[in-house]
Design a protein around this ligand. Structure first.
Ligand SMILES: *Cc1c(COP(=O)(O)O)cnc(C)c1O
Length: 398
């Protein structure tokens, strides 16, 4: 220690405990902008990828690396990159694949902001986009042009929980790479790369973190494409930050337990809802009458997930009453995959960008409610939903 250091130097250079050899039991948060270099040779060899290490956090940080690497391993991918949000990861991924004049084929029912992002690329940069019905894989083949650089689909779609037939879509696409938004399924239920997809995307703000307190996105796939996406994420500044990645790594530790639990509870609640007079229809891929049930049985081998939707008799007024009754127990919150159960209203949030006619043509009615199942005991949810549904008999149109 330098005993002659000024107060200013002690403060400016402070914050360090003496070096120690014992390893912390939990990973540290590398809350740092940059990494000190031992010299010019080290800078060159780290920058060239010859020596492992980090230089500047926008380009890479151990907390980014730890989280992205674990997600890549879970998905069976070579590499991964984590960005500031799902939309950040989607932006960097699209920019890595298309330029003006190129073409993208996308499922018509995608996360609302993804559709908006594709439309923005079209109007601002001349990237052509064709939206197709993901329930008919042949539509992907019909939409292909020589300029098609990427196709996009969700494993379990929002809000009607349709399950994509990924092998059929992959074979319809030929050599065009498929990007799969697997936010609703997670690698615990389905691994799209095993089904032939090239890249897998997650809004890690949802299940991967699973505690409703982080914004992150992650993409995994072949090493060369991920390197390109990572470079663009840094260039456009959509990189993640160390604390968010550290939190997401902590959340990820319980992912398999959480997915098993929410799948069991959701299956129970879906059955319960089908018996309620105030409920017109329930959308859960585990129910035998769901249009995607055959694909769900085939591809979702470890449970049907924690997301379900149902249509209330009585439309929007019934939804308003239902949300008011449940506000203290199952809040109306425009997210999903929190530890607690939450409700959402697709007509007013994720699918607000559609006209009422478009929504109706997809089967999204004004009484449609989306329920993200949390970690409460099934009996809690059943009791609370029953009480709220009982208040609807007055508004029931049936
Ligand atoms: C939330 C979500 C996104 C966007 O992710 P953010 O982390 O909110 O930017 C993309 N796809 C799906 C299916 C989502 O649920």
């Amino acid at each position: 220690m330098n005993v002659h250091e000024s107060d200013e130097a002690i403060c400016a250079r402070g914050g360090w405990a003496p070096d120690f050899k014992t390893r912390p039991s939990a990973p540290p948060i590398y809350q740092t902008t940059a990494f000190d270099m031992h010299g010019l040779e080290q800078l060159d060899s780290v920058a060239a990828g010859v020596e492992p290490g980090y230089i500047y956090t926008r380009d890479g940080n151990p907390n980014h690396e730890a989280f992205a690497r674990d997600v890549a391993r879970l998905e069976g991918a070579e590499a991964g990159v984590v960005c500031a949000s799902g939309m950040g990861a989607m932006t960097a991924t699209l920019l890595a694949h298309v330029r003006s004049g190129d073409h993208v084929v996308a499922a018509r029912v995608l996360y609302g902001r993804t559709v908006q992002l594709l439309n923005h690329l079209k109007s601002a940069f001349g990237v052509d986009v064709t939206f197709v019905d993901a329930n008919h894989p042949a539509e992907f083949a019909r939409a292909l042009t020589p300029q098609t650089k990427l196709a996009i689909v969700e494993t379990i779609s929002n809000p009607l929980m349709e399950v994509a037939d990924l092998p059929a879509i992959v074979s319809a696409l030929g050599s065009v790479p498929l990007l799969v938004d697997s936010t609703f399924a997670t690698p615990c239920l389905l691994r799209p790369i095993e089904q032939g997809a090239k890249l897998v995307f997650h809004s890690a703000s949802k299940y991967l973190n699973g505690h409703g307190d982080v914004m992150l996105g992650v993409v995994v796939g072949p090493r060369d494409i991920i390197r390109k996406i990572k470079g663009l994420a840094s260039l456009y500044g959509v990189n993640s930050n160390p604390l968010e990645c550290w939190l997401a790594s902590r959340g990820l530790r319980t992912l398999p337990l959480r997915m098993e639990r929410v799948s069991q509870t959701a299956a129970h609640i879906a059955e319960f809802l089908t018996r309620q007079p105030a409920v017109a229809r329930v959308y859960y891929p585990g129910l035998a009458n769901h249009p995607s049930h055959p694909q769900a049985r085939q591809y979702l081998s470890h449970g049907f997930g924690g997301m379900l939707a149902f249509e209330l008799h009585g439309g929007r007024p019934a939804v308003a009453t239902f949300f008011r009754e449940l506000a203290e127990q199952i809040p109306f919150s425009p997210t999903l995959a929190d530890a607690r159960s939450t409700l959402s209203y697709p007509t007013g949030t994720s699918h607000k960008f559609m006209t009422a006619d478009e929504r109706r043509s997809y089967g999204i009615g004004d009484g449609l409610v989306r329920l993200s199942i949390g970690l409460e005991a099934p009996a809690d949810l059943e009791r609370e939903l029953s009480a709220a549904l009982a208040k609807l008999s007055g508004t029931s149109g049936s």
